[in-house]
Design a protein around this ligand. Sequence first.
Ligand SMILES: [Zn+2]
Length: 130
Amino acid sequence: MGEYKRICNFCNKDFIAQKRTTKFCSHKCNARGYKLRKRLEQDEMFTENETVKMMLLKIIISIEGIEKALDLYGVKEQVSNDELLTPQKFCELMNIHRKTLTRMIQREEVEVTKIGSKIFINKNQLIINK
Ligand SMILES: [Zn+2]
């Protein structure tokens, strides 16, 4: 059994250890050192979590950005859909016959919006054709 001159990992005092692997001068320092190490490990984990938190925050912010963009897009779409009238509705509002509308469309007096095979007329055409 040898004697090893060591420096306590906790209190930094020189001490004589019986094992080369002994890191602390006393049980007290050992216990305190262990607690300190645990705390440091926890701090490290906390730091890690903070990093994760920041990452999540960035993701959330970007998702919110996308949602805001989608909201704006949705609102814009809603508005443009609201602005479109069916030919029937347009005729009703203009107090014209459906055939008159067909003629107007043929003469390009009315601007139409085609969605698939269906024809819609923008509300602004009401004002133009009043
Ligand atoms: Zn010590």
